[in-house]
Design a protein around this ligand. Structure first.
Ligand code: ADP
Length: 371
């Protein structure tokens, strides 16, 4: 969307360019075939057909082809990391710079490129940098180190326990919620003020090493945990710098907040295959819930929101408590769903597509109603 300044006291609309109604934006990204996909190529037809210009996609199983599903963006295996950033994350990052909260999430089967999309550091080739690094580059180049502060926390959520990826072993990290504003924050997490992109890259690398170490210790794979980067941007309100005051009826300038605070949350979700497997094999459901209560609960909340249900079970898991303000108020949320092309992945791909379709129905201005 077009950039514009927003007065801190007036967060009425995020409809910058008319294209955004506050609905969660969903892009689908196809990953390239891996060696296993290629080895099965002669036995399985590809399970997706993309129509990127139409922003549509069809599912295919043997001779059966589905209707086409519409997304906000359909990205082929040739889409560059830059393009993915621009369509998925850039509008959210611009909102964050304008004082709104924003969330970017990746959802999909393990091995379909969630971490590549979200967390790739691009150490050897900067064109491969993922969303976290590009978002930070954009935030740093639009803020002033003298006036503004940009700080991060980087966490992992595994089996409903939160681990600090930048301060391993830090106890008592909890999710707290401001009773008035509904603003969600992490209490007890280490917070690092970012000096420059190099500093951020070093922290991400430390986080990645700690995630690996934590998962080895817990005897799990990273595909079962969610990695969560929280970026807090604090900047003096720009109300004195020639904004349009005409719409500020009856609002005394002195009453306006002087610091604009906003938050960007970037989440590399756990592999979605467990939900799918649990769905197809009833007795596994309880076990899968235990393995990933948070992901199961995210699916339930998305379904409830998509159906305009009066009860959204956000309190049932840590992930949905953490994302509670990403699906309400004026936050801007973007989801990238990643899918594999090979027919061996058909059921996982189909379930990911359905998750994405339901997420497209979620409108952010919906006020969540708790039990
Ligand atoms: P996930 O996080 O979903 O488990 P990864 O991001 O680890 O998946 O991706 C699995 C492998 O596929 C990695 O080696 C990654 O570099 C590669 N990969 C995934 N998507 C792409 C892509 N669009 N282009 C190039 N390589 C990719």
């Amino acid at each position: 969307g077009a950039k514009r300044s927003i007065n801190a006291g007036l967060r009425a609309s995020i409809d910058d360019d008319g294209a955004d109604s506050g609905r969660v934006r969903v892009a689908v990204r196809l990953c390239p075939k891996n060696a296993e996909d290629l080895s099965h190529e002669s036995n399985f037809v590809d399970c997706v057909e993309l129509y990127p210009e139409l922003k549509r996609l069809k599912l295919r199983k043997n001779n059966w082809i589905s209707e086409s599903y519409k997304f906000d963006e359909v990205l082929s295996e040739n889409a560059s990391q830059r393009r993915v950033y621009e369509v998925v994350a850039k509008p959210v990052v611009e909102s964050v710079l304008n004082g709104y909260n924003g969330t970017v999430m990746a959802y999909g089967q393990t091995g379909t490129g969630k971490t590549y999309t979200i967390g790739h550091l691009g150490k050897d080739d900067s064109s491969e940098r993922g969303i976290m690094v590009r978002a930070m580059e954009e935030i740093l180049s639009n803020t002033s180190p003298l006036m503004d502060t940009v700080s991060i926390s980087y966490l992992q959520l595994y089996l409903e326990s939160i681990q600090d990826l930048l301060a391993p072993g830090k106890p008592n990290i909890s999710i707290s919620e401001d009773s008035k504003s509904g603003e969600v924050s992490m209490t007890g997490a280490a917070i690092f003020q970012i000096r420059d992109i190099q500093h951020f890259l070093e922290l991400l690398q430390i986080g990645e090493a700690n995630r690996h170490a934590a998962n080895t210790k817990l005897n799990t794979e990273s595909s079962r945990s969610h990695a969560i980067l929280m970026v807090q941007v604090k900047r003096p309100s720009r109300v004195h710098e020639g904004n349009d005051f005409s719409s500020l009826e009856n609002t005394a300038t002195a009453d306006l907040p002087t610091i604009l605070k906003s938050k960007l949350v970037v989440v590399d979700l756990a592999g979605s295959e467990r939900i799918d497997k649990s769905g197809s094999e009833g007795h596994m459901l309880e076990e899968a819930k235990f393995i990933n209560l948070s992901l199961t609960c995210l699916g339930k909340c998305i379904n409830a929101l998509a159906e305009n249900s009066p009860h959204i079970p956000t309190r049932d898991s840590k992930l949905t408590r953490l994302l509670r303000d990403s699906f309400g108020g004026h936050a801007r949320t973007s989801l990238v769903i990643t899918v594999g092309p090979s027919g061996i992945n058909y059921s996982e791909t189909a379930s990911t597509i359905m998750f994405g379709q339901r997420a497209m129905k979620v409108v952010n201005s919906v006020k969540l109603k708790e039990e």
